[in-house]
Write a protein that binds this ligand. Sequence first.
Ligand code: HEC
Length: 325
Amino acid sequence: MNTVSSYLRVFGFLTLAYIILELTIDSGTQWAIEKYPALWIVLSLVLLVLVAVEICLAALQKILFQTLKADAKERYLEAKRLRKENKYAWLKETYAKLTKSKPIEKESEIILDHNYDGIKELDNSLPPWWVYSFYATILFAFIYMVRFHVVNDYTQDEEYLAEVAAAQKAIEEYKRTAKDLVDFNTVELLTEASDLKAGEGIFGANCVACHMKDGGGGIGPNLTDKYWILGGGIKNVFKTISEGGRDGKGMIAWKQNLKPAQIAQVASYVLSLQGSTPANPKKAEGDLWTDPNAPQEEAPKTSIDSTAIQTPAVDSTSVVSTLKK
Ligand code: HEC
């Protein structure tokens, strides 16, 4: 264990062992090493074995070397020296090719004959790595121009919309798997039968004592009418259930007992009771709720009677004064 390469080998095999462990052990979303701390012991053992093997190999090499005759020893060392010298030859050559710089001894060949207060200038050729990068940018620009300004492949707007659509899809996908991520800002009315059924179950288990089985109300208000004390619509209802009603009224914050996904289900179930007729309804409390986001289709359409239109008296001075402001 006295050469750099032996350390590198140990490190490399250890990494390999770790990767194999991670790949072969099913640990869900966690790292295997996190889930099963015993793997640290396995890895330590692997490390121990690797170090032992390296030490044995080095010892073996030394013993073999000692058994060689004097001239063989020399040849061996010579070969070793050569190997070491040529080790990074390829790298060095490539580097020299890419920079094309003159070694200091040869700078006299490219020195320019002017002299600025003792500062002299070398006429180095442009380094090939730079020149070829420059050509690459020209090629890129050409392809870019043809693709987006001649063939009009797609515009930035289209690219943006496609990316937003893809992101939206990813969000939908994520939400489907992470239903508990909802809060009253993001919750949407659930309409699937399975969700409503689950909501009904939660309502039956927790809410009927005060709101009655049919939502007609008792200690708590009637949930089937269009009047809401704390606001209607899925977002308000979710918030009421999650955060509770006004202090002292008896409606607790259910977020301690129900998961966000369950609150969304029971809120959707409550809203599905809208318009039903409970057996013994409590009288409406609160305000008539209209969804501010609903399409405004029932805006009162007054019949337009042209004869009835009165031209409003325009006060020219007031118009001028508003313009001046
Ligand atoms: C201990 C009795 C009680 C229980 C149990 C109860 N509530 Fe309530 N609930 C009330 C009271 C009282 C109010 C009125 C709160 C207020 O006036 O601030 C209310 C209000 C509400 C409102 C708002 C009504 C409005 O007009 O704004 C909703 C929605 C609601 N409850 C749903 C539920 C759901 C869902 C459950 C079961 C998870 C539940 N409640 C359990 C007593 C209860």
